[in-house]
Write a protein that binds this ligand. Structure first.
Ligand SMILES: *Cc1c(COP(=O)(O)O)cnc(C)c1O
Length: 491
C-alpha cells in the first residue's frame, strides 16, 4: 500500500473525531481509498474461497448491527472491520467464477474504477448544462455501441434516434411502454390520463418487467396479452396477429409489442422479421428486449438475432449482465427520439437554460423517468477502451464455448437431458429422474457453497439453468460444476 501518511492506531482515530461534523480530509481519503482498493483486490484474489450462495438465515445480519446509529463519528477502520465481520457472511458472491445462477451481473477492474470516478466527480447529469461531458460522453459511447454491435443506423444520435443509459432493462421497457402509449393516444395519455382501451403483447416467456411496465403505465395487467410460443420457446407470430385482430374486433386499441432476443428462462429468440412486419402493418410500437442475449452481438456470428431489428422502435440490452460493466448499466435505443422526449419531457422554470432552449443539446432527463442521473457512461467507456472490441469478442466467445462443452456433456450422459437448445451461454437441462430429483439436487448443490445454480420451469418441468458468464469463469470451473452435478445426482 502506498501512502504518505504514517499509520494511526484506532484510539488516536477515535480521539481525532471529537469535532462534530469533521470531514474526511483529502489525505485521509487517499489513505482509506488505498485501503479499500487493497481490500477489493484481495477479495478478487480470494473470491473462490467463499461459499457462493450466502448461508445466513433471515435476520442474521441485522441482529449484529447496533439498533441506533452512532451519535458521534467512527473511524473508517471500524467500518471496514465490520464489513469483514458482519457483511461478508451475508454476501452471495456474484463475482465468483462458480456463480452460474440467474444471469450473470459481471464486472471488471476498469468498470469498478469507472464507477469510483463517477462517485468521485459526483456530477448530476440531468441536463447537458449540468455537466456537458456527462451527456456528450454518453451520447458518444452509445453511438459506439450501435457500431460495435451492428445495430440499425437509426439508433444513432446522428440519425433520428439515439441511445441513453438506463439503470435497468426494466426502466428501459417502462420508457418504451410509455412512449408507445403516448404515440397511440396522440399524447393524450399524458394530458388527460385517458388511455382508452389500449392493449399490449408479449410472449409467455417475456420477462416479468414487461408486466410491471404495463401496470405502471396504466394499461393494466388484464390488457397485457400473453402470446403463445413454439417448441423453441419463441413467440408465434401467427398467434400474435390473431390476438391483435381479435382485440381490434372487440374494440380494443393494440399499441405495444415486446419481443425478446434471449428470454430469461431459456434464451429463446423471438422471430423479429415476422413480429416486426405485423407491428408495422398494425402501427404498433415494437420494443426488443435483449437484456442478456444482446451482449453476444459484439460477435458478428450472433447477429442472426438482429434480423428484423430495423423494424423495432426501441431496443435494450444490459452491459451489466454479460459485458463486464457493473450494475447498473442498461443501453436503451430508440429509432425516433422525438416520441420518447415528447412522452417524458418536462421543463420547470428552475431548470430553464440557454443550451436547452437553443435545442442544440441533449437533456437526458427527458429520456428517462427520473430527473437526476449519474455519470454512468464512464464505466462503459473504460470497459470498451480497456478490452477493445476484439477483447470483448474473445471473452464472449469463451463463455459460449464453455456452454457448448457443457451442453455436449449433458447430451452424452444417459441420466440427463437438455430442456432447450443452447443459444448463447445458458444451458437448460435436467436429470431424467423427474422434478423431485432435480429439486433435491439443486438444494444440495447450492447448500454445498461450491457453486450456485438456479432453476426455471420449461414445458411444466423443473429445469436446471447453468448460466455461464461470470468474468473469471474458466474451463476448470465449468468442469468442476459438471462433476458436482453428477455427484449430486448419485445422491
Ligand atoms: C434480466 C432481464 C431483464 C431485467 O433486467 P433488469 O436490468 O434487472 O431490469 C429483462 N429482460 C430480460 C430478457 C432479462 O433477462
Amino acid at each position: 500500500m502506498t501512502t504518505s501518511l504514517p499509520p494511526r492506531d484506532l484510539t488516536s482515530q477515535v480521539a481525532s473525531r471529537t469535532q462534530p461534523g469533521e470531514h474526511m480530509t483529502p489525505d485521509e481519503f487517499q489513505r482509506y481509498g488505498h485501503m479499500l482498493v487493497d481490500w477489493i483486490a484481495d477479495y478478487y484474489r480470494n473470491v473462490e474461497k467463499y461459499p457462493v450462495l450466502s448461508q445466513v438465515q433471515p435476520g442474521e445480519i441485522r441482529a449484529q448491527l447496533p439498533p441506533a446509529p452512532p451519535q458521534t463519528g467512527e473511524p473508517f477502520e471500524a467500518m471496514l472491520a465490520d464489513v469483514d465481520r458482519v457483511i461478508m457472511p451475508g454476501i452471495t458472491h456474484w463475482q465468483s467464477p462458480n456463480f452460474f445462477a440467474f444471469f450473470p451481473a459481471n464486472t471488471s477492474g476498469p468498470s469498478i474504477l469507472g464507477e469510483l470516478l463517477s462517485a468521485g466527480l459526483g456530477v448530476q447529469g440531468m441536463l447537458w448544462a449540468t455537466s456537458p461531458a456527462c451527456t456528450e460522453l454518453e451520447t458518444h459511447v452509445m453511438d459506439w455501441v450501435v457500431k460495435m454491435m451492428g445495430l440499425p443506423e437509426h439508433f444513432l444520435s446522428t440519425s433520428t434516434g439515439g441511445g441513453v443509459i438506463q439503470e435497468s432493462a426494466s426502466s428501459a421497457s417502462l420508457c418504451a411502454v410509455l412512449a408507445a402509449r403516448e404515440r397511440a393516444t396522440q399524447y393524450a395519455g399524458n394530458e388527460t390520463g385517458a388511455t382508452g382501451r389500449l392493449t399490449a403483447y408479449v410472449s409467455t416467456q417475456a420477462h416479468s418487467s414487461l408486466e410491471k411496465a404495463v401496470k405502471i403505465a396504466g394499461i393494466g395487467r388484464e390488457r397485457l396479452r400473453l402470446v403463445g410460443v413454439d417448441k423453441t420457446f419463441a413467440m408465434r407470430p401467427g398467434a400474435l396477429a390473431a390476438r391483435i385482430a381479435e382485440d381490434r374486433a372487440a374494440g380494443f386499441v393494440p399499441c405495444f409489442v415486446a419481443a425478446t432476443v434471449g428470454t430469461t428462462s431459456s434464451t429463446a429468440v423471438d422471430p423479429l422479421p415476422e413480429i416486426g412486419r405485423i407491428c408495422r402493418e398494425q402501427g404498433l410500437w415494437l420494443h426488443v428486449d435483449g437484456a442478456m442475449g444482446g451482449s453476444a452481438a459484439i460477435c458478428p456470428e450472433f447477429r442472426f438475432m438482429f434480423e428484423g431489428l430495423e423494424l423495432a422502435d426501441s431496443y435494450c440490452f444490459n452491459p451489466h449482465k454479460w459485458m463486464f460493466t457493473n450494475f447498473d448499466c442498461d443501453c436503451f435505443f430508440v429509432a425516433d427520439r422525438s416520441a420518447l422526449i415528447r412522452t417524458l419531457s418536462i421543463l420547470p422554470e428552475y431548470l430553464r437554460n440557454q443550451a436547452t432552449e437553443s435545442g442544440a443539446v441533449i437533456d437526458y432527463r427527458d429520456w428517462q423517468v427520473s430527473l437526476g442521473r449519474r455519470f454512468r457512461s464512464l464505466k462503459l467507456w473504460f470497459v470498451i477502451r480497456h478490452y477493445g472490441v476484439e477483447g470483448l469478442q474473445t471473452l464472449i466467445r469463451k463463455h459460449v464455448t464453455l456452454a457448448r462443452d457443457f451442453t455436449r456433456w449433458v447430451e452424452e450422459d444417459p441420466d440427463f437431458e437438455l430442456a432447450a437448445s443452447t443459444t448463447f451461454s445458458l444451458v437448460c437441462f435436467r436429470h431424467k429422474g423427474g422434478d423431485a430429483v432435480n429439486e433435491r439436487m439443486l438444494a444440495q448443490l447450492n447448500q454445498s457453497g461450491a457453486l450456485f445454480l438456479s432453476h426455471t420451469k420449461l414445458d411444466g418441468k423443473y429445469t436446471l439453468r447453468m448460466s455461464i458468464g461470470q468474468t473469471h469463469t474458466e474451463q476448470r470451473h465449468v468442469a468442476q460444476a459438471w462433476e458436482l452435478i453428477r455427484a449430486a445426482a448419485r445422491g
